[in-house]
Design a binder for this molecule. Structure first.
Ligand code: ADP
Ligand code: MG
Length: 480
């Protein structure tokens, strides 16, 4: 929910816009809004580097033309902002369906002053974006740290304990031998950025250490912007004056040779001066082919820590921590269900939980397995796969802690026979296999055995609520 009051302290401004002559005033003011919105989204520096030079062209039928002075700029803007420009235009003017970007030095471009209450005219969805853009402009060099990403809010488990310990160590004692640089790597959404921000917050909380955190992408923009404005010396000095430099998602520099070169020199200068470097990437230094050898070598010289994919246990712990912090009661069964279903990464897991929580808060209803399925329908669907009998057998054995081989063994002890019956029941419910086919997968049992299992489980479910819940949970977990 946007904080309505937050735009009122922004002054109304008079904008100047480049457009080809004869452009409709209405179109010009729509363009102002599109531009302004984009500026808020991408930040001042990117905006000035790439977008400010766009000249508004004509609207013909459903296509609006925008001009850029060089092919390079045109391709860049098209690649990075093309879709977004289109969306923003469409929001302003329903008639616009396409945005055409053309290379043209527009000689007859006129500069039209348009008085608009820019800030008031734009609904800003997330005040946070606006705030960060403002902050961004204030200290141009680094990106602000997200106050939510602290060590305290980071849940530690087997897959990330080493990376966590290294991050803590660097936060306690930057530039210790053996920990410089600290290189964190792992797949998306596993907590690299979170740990970097945590280091930054910890170090800056004392106020004596200056920390610059930025994505490798931002590093490149800043660098290019510095070249364009002929202020590379200033850029270098700024960078080299920090105590701790953190560059996130270094893999972005693959193929960007000049920026890599600049980073390499900055890196050396800082390390030689006893400053701390923290870098993250999606792969280990040795696997980052495409980065210069000498850079890879230096990156691997300090501490290299990987974050592994989450385990079920870690996912549960994270969900428990986040649910607790939210103050909304989320039943353990729901958390289990989510941890089973959403295994890709923490970001998606968190997103799913946040939606549940928001929903519960909004409608004042308690969270149940049913409401979860409902609210997260689309997310869960994206994570669905076809269920196989093998999977059913595996999940059921895990659930009751029996050996997978017992699914097809001849053992008849209740502790084994009951789960086996449940697995047969679920196989019948969730797959299109016939009774004889199912029987074969369970140690060549007869189809009448499967039939018996199905009716036995149904019977039990009616009599025993706890058992019914177990089966239901398994079914939901497996369901496609
Ligand atoms: P990455 O940079 O590796 O792609 P992020 O650090 O952006 O991932 O993490 C994605 C989201 O998941 C963030 O909201 C972060 O707070 C959360 N997250 C990741 N790992 C953990 C963890 N161990 N404990 C708590 N939250 C986590
Ligand atoms: Mg990240």
């Amino acid at each position: 929910m946007a904080d309505e009051g937050s735009h009122t302290d922004l002054p109304a401004v008079t904008e100047t816009v480049s457009c080809t002559s004869g452009t409709e005033p209405a179109l010009v003011s729509q363009w102002v809004k599109v531009r302004e919105r984009l500026r808020v989204e991408v930040g001042d520096v990117e905006y000035r580097t790439w977008l400010q030079q766009i000249v508004l062209g004509p609207l013909e039928e459903d296509e609006i033309t925008l001009f850029l002075p060089t092919r390079f700029l045109r391709d860049w803007v098209r690649g990075r902002y093309g879709d977004r420009l289109q969306e923003l235009w469409r929001n302003e003017n329903r008639a616009v369906h396409h945005v055409e970007l053309q290379v043209k030095r527009v000689s007859d471009a006129v500069t039209a002053p348009v008085a608009v209450e820019t800030a008031a005219a734009i609904e800003i969805e997330a005040p946070a974006v606006q705030a960060s853009a403002v902050q961004d402009a204030r200290h141009d060099l680094a990106a602000p740290l997200d106050p939510r990403f602290t060590f305290d809010s980071f849940v530690v488990g087997k897959p990330n304990e080493f990376a966590y310990a290294c991050a803590r160590r660097v936060a306690e004692k930057p530039s210790s031998p053996g920990f410089n640089p600290l290189f964190l790597y792992g797949g998306v959404g596993l907590g690299k950025t979170h740990l970097m921000h945590a280091i930054g917050s910890e170090l800056t909380s004392g106020g004596r250490v200056s920390v610059a955190y930025m994505s490798a992408e931002k590093f490149m923009y800043r660098f290019i912007a510095a070249i364009r404005s002929q202020s590379t010396m200033e850029f270098k000095e700024q960078l080299r004056s920090v105590d701790v430099l953190m560059i996130d998602d270094l893999q972005f520099l693959i193929g960007k040779d000049n920026t890599q070169e600049e980073f390499f020199h900055t890196f050396n200068a800082l390390v030689d001066a006893g400053r701390q470097i923290v870098v993250s990437a999606d792969k280990s230094p040795s696997d980052l082919s495409g980065l210069e050898d000498r850079l890879r070598t230096r990156l691997g010289c300090g501490m290299v820590a990987d974050i592994h994919a989450t385990t079920f246990e870690l996912r549960i712990s994270i969900l428990e921590a986040k649910a607790l912090a939210s103050g909304v009661a989320v039943p353990a069964k729901v958390l289990e269900f989510l941890a089973h279903k959403i295994t890709s990464n923490v970001r998606e897991l968190e997103g799913a939980l946040n939606r549940l929580i928001a929903h519960a808060n909004l409608f004042g209803r308690s969270v149940t397995l049913e409401s979860t399925q409902d609210v997260l329908h689309d997310i869960l669907k994206a994570h669905d796969r076809r269920v196989t009998i093998e999977e059913i057998q595996r999940k059921v054995s895990e659930h009751w802690n029996i050996r997978l081989t017992d699914m097809s063994s001849a053992r008849r002890a209740r502790a084994v026979a009951r789960p086996r019956q449940v697995a047969m029941f679920l196989a019948k419910q969730l797959t299109s296999r016939s009774l004889p086919e199912i029987g074969r997968k369970f140690g060549n049992r007869d189809h009448t055995t499967v039939m018996h299992a199905v009716s036995r489980v149904q019977e039990l479910m009616e009599r025993d609520v706890a058992f019914a819940e177990d089966v239901e949970l398994l079914r939901r977990m497996l369901e496609s």
